[in-house]
Write a protein that binds this ligand. Structure first.
Ligand code: F6R
Length: 607
């Protein structure tokens, strides 16, 4: 949450900052600000609302310099307002900082600093950091930041600018992401590479406890303890095009349409001639043969993909799997089990709760692998191995293509485990792999036929409540369908295991309540039909998502959305597409801000 950026170079500094902030708006978007040092000293521009408001201010009062810093905010401490927007400055007005994260001991630091005569104007935790730096300042900004850092507790990445050294930025990372971009005679530092994709092809990912300096002379990185770090540069694999809408009305729609490609790419990364390979995950085959339990931990949509993974792994590899949302897992007394493997699923690799879960697992000495989309993200540095989804950059706040890519990885992992444990032979796995290769084509078919889904969206966009039901592999899809609808359309929606409906939610059903039932063919089909009948008997409106070859489905449902026929496993990856599209078109008819839903941020870096 919150996006921070810094730039040193010859381009128009504020334009680079504004461009970067717009690209990172998905991280937070209630207010924003930039700072640069010109002949008249440190200048700051701030604005509430979208970055466009800040751009408007900039066009009226441009500020420029050799170096500059910027911030887009997702409020934690203090309401969205110009006063609380970053950059924050010290009492002298010479030093400014931007910050992402939470400074947990800001209360005590603030009282001490007030006693020393510092004047605070905002309600933020960030302001203590700049006053602390001022307190340490003796003409050298680098030394002042080094002196202030050990006093800060919590999660933070900061970038600091001083009007006494206007060509230099000092930055530091502790638990919140920060990456440096290396251009030709220009340097960037930001929460995410997306901020400088158009300008730099090489990046240096900072580790926790590292501090860096960029100036026209180059980049230096030190440990907080003062020792210089020999940093490694990485090529940036994403390109600037991924951060453009390319003719689509919203990023979310573009990303829904990118799913055939994202599935092909993810598959290409893990498939071999006759099976799967997870070389980056460093999965030890001897350990896998001994694994007695798998625990999956994740949040939000990634949790739903993890839950689908539980069904895949239990049914295919016959290994018991438990699953937790990370925010519960970290404070739960989880009982240790020998020979267990943990899997964390996180699109961004930066979710604070999931990172804490990883730390908890590591402290107990269990093996842990991550399924993530972001190379070099915090989680990848903490785990024993990584399986990358190759979905490309996901800009829409509502996750779509990463959900299907994560689901695919979980399915492939289940097959891999089954083979490693001798449950399925290579020959037996071949037809599953053949079917996986058909997924992109089947997804294309769904995406070509959205007319019916748009019609359904127009029919039900004004309903106040929705229920989503599914059994077994389709239960996680019901959760995901409901999550998508509520986050982008603000319609109340609940996802339920279809068999659980009669234990409570059935009370909600009446003639105004659409009930989306994922009813693709499986061994539980008849039981799902019974659940549908229970809904219809109470005048509920059943919207079915069924397989193309299901000739009975029409007779059970008021409205029907069909998807290409496939095995129950492959159907579970396909059937989420109509749910994503339904949410998208409902939100669009309602005129919602689809790519930036209220109160949400893409990367949730606070607990
Ligand atoms: C929903 C959504 C969130 C994320 C959740 C975890 O559309 O995107 O629920 O899935 O915040 O984020 P990651 O996967 O980055 O750990």
């Amino acid at each position: 949450m919150c996006g921070i950026i810094g730039y040193v170079g010859k381009r128009k500094v504020s334009q680079v900052l504004l461009h970067g902030l717009k690209k990172m708006e998905y991280r937070g978007y209630d207010s924003s600000g930039i700072a640069a040092v010109s002949a008249g000293g440190l200048k700051i521009l701030k604005s509430v609302g979208k970055i466009e408001n800040l751009e408007r201010k900039y066009s009226e009062t441009p500020i420029e310099g050799i170096a500059g810093i910027g911030h887009s905010r997702w409020a934690t401490h203090g309401v969205p307002s110009e006063i609380n927007a970053h950059p924050h400055k010290d009492c002298s007005g010479k030093i400014a900082i931007v910050h992402n994260g939470i400074i947990e001991n800001y209360g005590e630091l603030k009282s001490d600093l007030i006693k020393k005569g510092h004047k605070f104007i905002s309600d933020t935790d960030t302001e203590v950091a700049v006053h602390l730096i001022e307190d340490c300042y003796d003409g050298n900004i680098e030394e002042a930041v080094k002196c202030a850092l050990p006093k800060l507790k919590g999660a933070f990445s900061i970038v600091c600018l001083s009007s006494d050294e206007p060509e230099k930025l000092v930055f530091a990372r502790m638990k919140s992401p920060l990456v440096v971009g290396l251009g030709k005679d220009e340097f960037f530092v930001a929460s995410d590479v997306i901020a400088f994709l158009s300008f730099a092809r090489e990046a240096v990912y900072l580790e926790n406890g590292e501090l860096g300096i960029i100036s026209p002379e180059g980049l230096k990185i030190y440990k907080f303890s003062g020792e210089e770090v020999k940093y490694k540069t990485s090529m940036i694999l994403w390109n600037a095009d991924m951060a453009e809408k390319n003719g689509f009305k919203h990023f979310m729609l573009k990303e829904i349409y990118e799913q055939p490609a994202s599935i092909s790419n993810t598959l290409a990364g893990i498939i071999t001639n006759d099976g799967f390979s997870f070389s980056d995950a460093h999965i030890d085959l001897d350990l896998i043969k001994k694994v007695r339990r798998i625990s999956i931990v994740a949040c939000g949509t990634a949790y739903n993909a993890g839950l689908l993974g539980k069904y895949f792994i239990e049914q295919i590899a016959k290994i018991p799997v438990d699953i937790d949302v990370a925010s519960e897992f970290i404070y739960r007394e989880s009982l240790p089990c020998d020979d267990s493997l943990f899997i964390v699923v996180s699109q961004s690799g930066e979710t604070a709760d999931t990172i804490e879960a990883v730390k908890k697992v590591k402290s107990k000495g269990s093996g842990i692998i991550a399924v993530t989309n972001v190379v070099g993200s915090s989680i990848t540095r903490e785990v024993d191995g990584v399986i990358y989804t190759r979905a490309g950059f996901e800009m829409g706040v509502a996750a779509t293509k990463t959900f299907t890519a994560q689901s695919l990885v979980m399915y492939a992992l289940a097959l891999y485990l089954a083979e490693a444990k001798g449950i399925l032979s290579k020959n037996a796995i071949a037809p599953y792999i053949a079917e996986l290769k058909l997924l992109p084509e089947k997804m294309e078919e769904i995406l070509k036929n959205v007319k019916n889904i748009r019609r359904v969206a127009r029919m039900f966009h004004s309903c106040r409540d929705f229920l989503f039901l599914g059994r077994n592999l389709n239960y996680p899809l019901a959760l995901e369908g409901a999550l998508k609808l509520k986050e982008i359309s603000y319609i109340h929606a609940e996802g339920y295991a279809a068999g659980e409906m009669k234990h409570g939610p059935i009370a909600l059903i009446d003639c105004d309540c659409p009930v989306v039932v994922i009813m693709t063919k499986s061994f539980l089909y008849d039981k799902v039909i019974s659940n549908i009948k229970e809904v219809s008997a109470r005048q509920g409106i059943v919207i079915g998502v069924a397989s193309e070859d299901d000739m009975e489905a029409e007779s059970y449902t008021r409205v029907l959305i069909k998807i290409p026929s496939a095995s129950p496993y492959a159907s579970a990856i396909l059937a989420v597409l109509p749910l994503q599209l339904l949410s998208y078109y409902i939100a669009d008819v309602r005129g919602c801000n689809i790519d930036k839903p209220r109160n949400l941020a893409k990367s949730v870096t606070v607990e």
